[in-house]
Design a protein around this ligand. Sequence first.
Ligand code: AMP
Ligand code: MG
Length: 407
Amino acid sequence: MLSLNQALEEMLGQLPAPSSTETLPLNQCANRILAEDIFSPIDVPSFDNSAMDGYALRFEDLEQFADFRVIGKSFAGNPFTGQIQAGECVRIMTGAMIPAGADVVIMQEQAETVADDRIRFNVQPKLGANIRRVGEDVKQGALVLAKGSKLNVASLPLLASLGIAHVSVFSRLKVAILSTGDELTSVGEPLEAGKIYDTNRFTVRLLLEKLNCEILDYGILSDDPALFEKTFSEAQAASDVLITSGGVSVGEADFTKTVLEKLGKVNFWKIAMKPGKPFAFGQLGKTWFFGLPGNPVSALVTFYQLVQPALAKLSGLNAQGIANLTTNLTACAATNLKKAVGRQDFQRGFYYLDEQGNLMVKAVGMQGSHIFSAFYESNCFIVLEAKRGNVAAGEKVTIQPFNALLS
Ligand code: AMP
Ligand code: MG
């Protein structure tokens, strides 16, 4: 069996970054991946401006003059256009352009009116005080966002502030989905004896919508190898990625592996993780194939741990972005945790700070790979090393808070 890390390394090593791009207006770029480096076309701020409401003046005059003549006003968007001379100052507002000649701003709370148009200052400021300098935030020509960055609420406003109206992004992935199993019934249809509802296709669709993929739904396949062949071929012709669930174990009705071997290239993997041992990764021509296990919890956990980074790579997210998909923290187990030596566990947990401020985690519900309800009450995976056995309350464990995909 492979460890999850070995499987990830091998998989990410094989998957290419995308080649197809499109240019879109900024307001259509949410959750897209940038396909070019962005360099700033301007300095930000683009002019020296005031950080305070106050008075702009010449720093050197403070030694010679006891008070100053106010010769005009500079507002944000409406600058004072004259030149400040010795003994003069300009009333200035936050964000307004610094008038020519001025090299310091004194805040209004440190100024005192001595006559109609005369002001005295009760402070000895430093040269340049309260002035936001041109290019202090972003220099013209500086790299602002690297190719492969995700465009979101943290990055898109930055581009807007630079006046960038269009950017080149990678094309969305076309992802085909299907479930396999004679026992499956689509949600919304009546349930016959011995049948169950198809949870996985519903789950995978939700996940792919969050990941901004185009979805092609091939429905439920009964356990019939001829039907698998026909549908896999159709999906291959129409999509960049095919994600299936079920039929990847070694039961008599598990045809995913044999059909894949016949039509394409297969890496059929038993991964030393729990839940989620059977997982297929391969290629049907140019289409990448991910075969999730049938158990709904296993399907979700393997999607999260394996398919999420794989799709990120195929979507063009850079290595830093892929590494940042998950964060590991150390917490203290608040309860005993059942764990068998041999596989790496991804138990569903709930983390919180106790009254002393310690990061704690407790197991949530039953941990069986058919128990989906535990997800609902959890906010993290408790990641337990393969060689570890039962964990006693009080021991340190690794937790992985759920990212936006699971929240
Ligand atoms: P399999 O790997 O096909 O033997 O499936 C393993 C288990 O997961 C069986 O109990 C299946 O009934 C169940 N299962 C498979 N696919 C789904 C699905 N799409 N939704 C819910 N349960 C499933
Ligand atoms: Mg099956």
